[in-house]
Ligand binder design. Structure first.
Ligand SMILES: *Cc1c(COP(=O)(O)O)cnc(C)c1O
Length: 360
């Protein structure tokens, strides 16, 4: 196999050593005589897997004791609905900070379920920047404030999280979870689909402060209630056994490689490499995001015209720099460089960018 440098936004590249370990255990899980795909989710083998996944996750994210960790299905997209169902109390409203397509989708679901207030929106600026602190207008009696920590499509990211006082801060961290050190105690709830930084698609992690879960209303269908999954330790129904198992291997890989702190250092180096190639290109490449809002997970840029962009993506793919096409709503190029994306891939992209600019 010639392994591509895979810049896909999600599902995204996974460490090769993890894939090789998965390959072995798909046939037989460590001397059990069964595949990891065949074991019971209530058996001791899987109990150990899910407990280790939870323990590693708590350790790597440094999650305080007053939080629960859930492994759910339905993606981040289901959390867009579960968050307001469980946390938006009647008579109150929820504040939403709109920084891109995913925040808008979260807002849409909340609107179906209750009152919402748009605390800030970067839409007028075509989502090229994160709102400044003074632009955020929080309402007095909000049940929670919702934000998207990294905007996968536009390539912007919060460098510092907003100050929300005593109101629970809820964050969609699907595209930057465990890519940097964060203070979990600042949040009431964090959720993330696994398929960018944590593993394969099919499992969604929710970190919820216990007191918030305890206050959730009763009249919610069981599968959609956080309390159900807390009580049953994410085994109320059959979870995605395979995705959780693979996530465990990814977390072990992260731990071996220095944890969140080291991931952050390397991620920033990868991003800086590409950003400085853009900055040095004399306008041949143009950033989509404003400088102080740019993401170190998704680097988005445009070229002078669409022909140049299309040829760029095609020529890059021909030398195994794959998945660089920007999201259709932004156009141009997007390089997604999550934790498992190697430094050599960023270097190869920069080399290609310099050559392409010279030739054109
Ligand atoms: C990818 C992504 C989603 C969607 O996740 P699903 O698991 O497909 O529902 C939501 N929010 C953000 C920030 C994302 O990057």
């Amino acid at each position: 196999m010639v392994r591509k440098f895979n810049f896909n936004a999600g599902p995204a590249t996974l460490p090769l050593e993890v894939l090789e370990e998965v390959q072995k255990n798909v046939v037989e899980l460590s001397n059990t005589g069964m595949s990891v795909l065949e074991i019971s989710h209530r058996g001791s083998e899987f109990k150990e897997i899910i407990e280790n996944t939870r323990r590693l996750f708590v350790e790597l994210m440094n999650i305080p004791k007053n939080y629960e960790i859930l492994f759910l299905q339905g993606g981040a997209s289901l959390q867009f609905a579960m968050v307001p169902m469980n946390l938006l109390r009647s008579g109150e409203s929820a504040d939403y900070i709109i920084t891109g397509t995913w925040s808008k989708k979260a807002l849409k679901e909340a609107k179906i379920l209750g009152k919402v207030n748009i605390a800030a929106s970067a839409e007028e600026d075509k989502f090229k920047r994160i709102p400044r602190a003074e632009e955020i207008k929080l309402s007095k009696e909000a049940s929670y404030v919702h934000m998207t920590s990294n905007n996968t499509i536009f390539g912007t990211q919060w460098a510092n999280f907003p100050e929300v006082g005593d109101v629970p801060l809820v964050a969609d961290m699907s595209s930057d979870i465990l890519s940097r050190k964060i203070d979990v105690s600042k949040f009431g709830l964090i959720y993330a689909g696994a398929q960018k930084n944590l593993g394969p698609a099919g499992v969604t992690v929710v970190i919820i402060r216990k007191d918030l879960a305890e206050k959730c209303p009763e009249n919610i269908p069981s599968m959609l209630k956080y309390e159900t999954h807390i009580k049953e330790e994410s085994l109320y129904n059959t979870p995605n056994v395979f995705a959780i198992y693979t996530m465990k291997l990814v977390l072990e890989w992260m731990k071996r490689n220095g944890g969140a702190e080291k991931m952050e250092e390397i991620n920033k180096r990868k991003a800086e490499l590409i950003y400085s190639a853009i900055d040095k290109s004399d306008g041949f490449y143009r950033l989509v995001a404003e400088k102080d809002s740019r993401s170190f997970m998704n680097v988005t840029f445009r070229l002078k015209n669409e022909d140049l962009e299309q040829a760029f993506i095609k020529k890059a793919a021909a030398i195994n720099l794959y998945g660089l096409k920007g999201h259709r709503s932004v156009g141009g190029v997007r390089a997604s460089i999550y934790n498992a994306f190697p430094m050599e891939g960023a270097e190869a992209l920069v080399e290609f960018m310099e050559k392409y600019a010279q030739e054109n």
